[in-house]
Design a protein around this ligand. Structure first.
Ligand code: SAH
Length: 334
């Protein structure tokens, strides 16, 4: 809002115009022409100065007949493409957004990282993902999870900007408590995040019971060790008094044994954690298979018996390309 006020006054207009424009943006306006209480002269000046609204276009979408899950492939002005998913839960509507175009982290089970990273998204573009979905569905968005393509802590400043933008009471005004950020474990950013955004929920993609196993599927574990990661997460819970969620994708014969579950339980017992088990979404071009149902149940039981809070992620949109990055990979240009 302050930046917008500077722009507007710089163009010789009154400051209150910034509030009007900010309101229009938050209500999902995709062009200056829609802002009919803003003087035409100002709208034209904004466009001729090169300002534009960073809402993406929809290249293609898939809607699940089973549960209404809606997955969009978006395209920004420069041709950059990312995915976003809308999901309906009993507690409200949720959108999963991307934070980067592609990803550099190289997790071996993930489709988003196969072609590396094209660029970071800006905070405004992340907001655009939400607002475009709102417009498309005509529904409210109650929760936002930054669990799409990209590593949010590899683009910290713009993710922070997004959080402030969507939280601004003059705009969308979404509560920070209704937002979750998921990281692959860039340790220095965890402490910073606890400092900057203690109200935002944090999820950490763990996917392994120990450092050796984690290094096999997640290259980031070579830079940031397992013990250090667990320690940083524990410090986070002590500082914020907020429960941390560990995501654990169960991959057949890779990390899904009862011995794996026991060593995981040993690490997580006794502090503010919650494990979200995700049966792997199989990705074309990757050899990994999803864990069998019996293995998932046995894994869950070991954690439960050790007193670790655990849920198995409900699979929504199983009849569409659910795993992040697959829709984009299937729609390569040229
Ligand atoms: N870079 C962030 C957020 C993006 S991915 C992170 O690593 O947390 C969101 C979650 O989906 C992560 O836990 C990621 O590891 C997981 N994921 C990626 N590919 C998957 C697949 N094929 N099946 C199940 N989960 C997957």
């Amino acid at each position: 809002m302050a930046e917008l006020a500077d722009i507007v006054t710089g163009l010789g207009e009154k400051k209150f115009r910034a509030k009007q424009i900010f309101g229009w943006l938050a209500r999902g306006a995709a062009s200056f022409d829609e802002m009919n209480n803003v003087p035409l002269k100002l709208r034209e000046a904004l466009a001729s100065e090169g300002y534009y609204i960073g809402q993406p276009e929809v290249v293609t979408e898939q809607i699940s007949a089973a549960d209404g899950t809606r997955k969009c492939l978006y395209e920004f002005r420069d041709g950059a493409r990312v995915e976003s998913v809308f999901m309906k839960y009993s507690y409200g509507n949720s959108i999963c957004i991307s934070s980067q175009v592609g990803c550099l982290m190289g997790c071996t089970f993930c489709a988003s990282t196969m072609d590396g990273k094209m660029r970071d998204l800006t905070g405004g573009e992340m907001l655009g993902e939400v607002l475009r979905m709102k417009r498309l569905t005509g529904e409210d968005i109650n929760h936002v999870v930054i669990m799409g393509m990209g590593e949010p802590f590899d683009n910290y400043d713009e993710v922070a900007r997004f959080l402030r933008l969507i939280n601004d009471p003059a705009g969308v005004g979404l509560s920070l408590r209704n937002i979750t950020v998921s990281t692959c474990g860039i340790i220095p950013m965890i402490a910073r995040f606890a400092e900057d955004f203690p109200q935002v929920n944090l999820a950490v993609s763990l996917h392994a019971p120990d450092g050796d196993k984690r290094m096999r599927t997640m290259p980031v574990a070579r830079k940031y060790g397992y013990d250090e990661l667990i320690e940083a997460c524990r410090a986070y819970t002590e500082k914020t008094h907020r429960r941390i969620t560990f995501e654990y994708a169960l991959i057949r014969d890779v990390n899904d044994s009862e011995a794996d579950a026991r060593s995981l339980a040993h690490r997580l017992r006794g502090w503010l954690t919650h494990v979200n088990l995700i049966p792997l979404n199989e990705v074309k071009g990757r050899e990994y298979k999803t864990a069998e149902g019996a293995r998932v149940s046995a894994f869950r039981k070991v954690l439960e018996d050790s007193g670790v809070a655990v849920t198995v992620r409900r699979t929504l949109g199983s009849d569409i390309d659910a795993a992040c990055g697959q829709l984009r990979a299937d729609n390569k240009r040229g």
